[in-house]
Design a protein around this ligand. Structure first.
Ligand code: SF4
Length: 114
């Protein structure tokens, strides 16, 4: 087995679970539907959304990601999106989506630069 950073086979970047009864679970996906990030790795981190905020029955503030297709729209596109946003993850503030959305976090020491 090759490590993913040296293989030329990019099959690990996505798949579509055609047996899933919820497929397509998000409307508006134009490319291959990527199920790899069914549980989005950015749920606890700042992200560009779109998302709504709600309070669950335990009183916890959560994101409702029903309208977001970023982790699902194309195997390579969604893989690259997740990798970029996890590069310098910032824990989600628990606040509602902003307009414009938050910008992708930068390396420590470069946060204020454009
Ligand atoms: S809004 Fe999209 S990118 Fe953000 S946590 Fe939800 S599914 Fe992931």
């Amino acid at each position: 087995m090759q490590p993913k950073d040296t293989t030329t086979n990019e099959g690990f970047k996505g798949f579509t679970n055609t047996d899933c009864p919820f497929l397509p679970c998000h409307k508006g996906v134009q490319r291959e539907f990527n199920c790899l990030f069914c549980y989005c790795p950015l749920i606890a981190y700042e992200c560009p959304g779109p998302y709504e905020v709600y309070t669950d029955r335990n009183g916890l503030t959560r994101k409702d990601c029903s309208a977001c297709i970023l982790p699902h729209d194309g195997y390579f596109k969604s893989w690259n999106f997740i990798q970029r946003w996890l590069e310098y993850p910032v824990v989600w503030s628990g606040k509602p989506q902003t307009d414009p959305p938050v910008r992708r976090p930068k390396p420590p020491g470069q946060e204020g630069e454009d």
